[in-house]
Design a binder for this molecule. Structure first.
Ligand SMILES: [Zn+2]
Length: 506
């Protein structure tokens, strides 16, 4: 074989090898693409959050577009990244986030669309590129949700609660009542209907029920309104007529002694591993008491607020909440307390519950039907039970000597849950009781009152066709304290008619 022939054969072999390499390089996978956002497109800014891993080589191309009925809208391009932010998560993985202003995808219509992410990376020393295309179906919703109040006559006392019935569309929008910067979620009204009479029409799926509160330390003029947000991020709000009434809360000076610290501080610390403090001297006990009365009180409140997240969407309760029988009221809701030690003012706190005392170790019963969401030691509250009654309404029982229920138990109204005691920060055997709305303490006195339940809750459910009139709490409907001076937002309408209340648009 001549040299020429050998050279030609070698060249042919090389060429064949190159072709094979080139072919297989083309079969290599493209970059790994992960789409976090958007999950939907609304009328507001369009968020983008995409992670791309170029698997050991160089990323060459990254394009994000939205396609709808043959039209292509570019959302991002690596060639013109604009305001996008890049985070190098590993040597070859980058995360791209971007917030396109509202109207960035002008021309897009309500309906469905497809997010298309195209990425390519170098293979074969940059001679070839491997491409990946990742898509996601998106709902496009450019119209915000609609809200309309249904219930009438809303009166909220400082430190107290109130309820609204309203309508929200579309049905998958999250909605509720916004009181200043605090949000109170609404729940589908069907959850308040119980078992409907045979033949009764189903509850309108757009109807919602929301309990909300004007907390004891809220300003009386705090703005209260309905709010909604759909999965595409479109938000809406609606005003409704209500009146807010001020309330006077007592101020008390509460003497405390080292003997009291000696009794209450060590057991609380023992049951609270997160708080380790020395208690050998009176000064140390005073310091520990101040930490418990301040830091631990706030931590306990945060824990109680978390329990609202597991509330049932069903209204599990009916009628008034039962007050502890034959018990003397020892302290009212929202009493302001100044703690006095050896003639000095050492601390100030607000007492967010009602103290009720009867006999030592008295049976403590559930104020209404619900589920146990907490049963155990809870810092300043000692042995404590929290019952969930649904729709964000809960009741709390503190300082118990014994607890006879467990988290998850279903409890009927007046069923025994434990015995009274003096565990936690308690001066003596008593029950500390409070109602909670979305985890925030509210004045229990309202929930014990049949007039309040009949007018603020059941009347509105009956008027909205959610509750039958025969199931409503029987108490004369009281006229609101209209003579009291209050910053009226709107005049109260005449007594509500018995028929279904029409939705008011505002
Ligand atoms: Zn108390």
């Amino acid at each position: 074989m001549s040299f020429k022939a050998v050279a030609a054969a070698a060249l042919a072999l090389l060429l064949a090898g190159a072709i094979v390499l080139y072919y297989y390089a083309g079969q290599e996978p493209g970059p790994l693409v992960k789409i976090e956002k958007p999950a939907a497109i609304g009328g507001g800014p369009v968020p983008l959050d995409v992670t791309v891993d170029s698997v050991g080589t160089t990323l060459r191309r990254l394009e994000v577009s939205v396609e709808q009925q043959g039209r292509v809208f570019t959302l991002f391009s690596l060639d013109a990244p604009g305001e996008a932010r890049f985070v190098q998560e590993t040597a070859h993985r980058i995360r791209v986030t971007q917030e396109s202003p509202a109207g960035a995808l002008t021309g897009l219509r309500d309906g469905s669309a497809r997010l298309v992410v195209t990425a390519s990376r170098d293979v074969l020393y940059g001679i070839r590129r491997a491409e990946a295309v990742e898509t996601r179906e998106l709902a496009v919703r450019l119209t915000p949700p609609k809200l309309a109040i249904v219930s009438m006559h809303h009166y909220v006392n400082l430190g107290g609660a109130e309820m609204v019935v309203y309508r929200v569309t579309p049905a998958d929008a999250a909605s509720g009542v916004q009181v200043g910067n605090r949000y109170y979620p609404g729940y589908p009204a069907a959850g308040a209907a119980g078992s409907l009479a045979p033949g009764a029409p189903p509850v309108d799926p757009a109807l919602r029920v929301a309990f909300f509160a004007l907390l004891h330390d809220d300003d009386i003029s705090t703005r209260v309104r309905l709010v909604a947000r759909d999965p595409a991020g479109n938000a809406a709000s609606a005003e409704f007529a209500y009146r807010a009434f001020p309330a006077e809360f007592a101020r008390r000076r509460l003497p405390v002694t080292d003997a009291f610290f000696k009794r209450v501080v060590p057991p609380i610390l023992e049951a609270t591993p997160a708080l380790t403090l020395p208690v050998g001297t009176p000064e140390e006990r005073l310091e520990a008491f101040l930490r418990i009365n301040g830091d631990l009180r706030r931590a306990n409140q945060a824990q109680i607020e978390d329990l609202a997240r597991v509330t049932s969407p069903e209204m599990l309760w009916r009628g008034t909440f039962a007050r502890m029988g034959r018990a003397k009221s020892e302290a009212l809701f929202a009493d302001h307390r100044t703690y006095v030690f050896e003639g000095r003012d050492i601390d100030q706190q607000v007492h967010l519950g009602a103290d009720l005392a009867s006999t030592r170790g008295a049976a403590i019963t559930a104020s209404n039907t619900g589920h146990v969401v907490f049963a155990g030691f809870l810092g300043i509250y000692g042995n404590c039970v929290v019952l969930d009654h649904g729709m964000g309404v809960q009741s709390l029982y503190a300082h118990l000597s014994s607890v006879t229920v467990e988290a998850g138990d279903r409890i009927n109204r007046r069923e025994t849950i434990g015995r009274s005691g003096d565990t936690g920060l308690a001066g003596g055997d008593h029950l500390h009781f409070t109602m909670l709305v979305a985890g925030r303490p509210v004045n229990p006195i309202e929930w014990w009152d049949p007039h309040w339940i009949a007018d603020r809750v059941d009347r509105k459910l009956v008027e909205a066709g959610i509750m039958s009139a025969s199931a409503a709490t029987k108490a004369p409907v009281v006229t609101p304290p209209a003579k009291k001076k209050a910053p009226a937002r709107a005049k109260a309408k005449p007594a509500a008619p018995k028929k279904k209340a029409p939705a008011k648009k505002r």
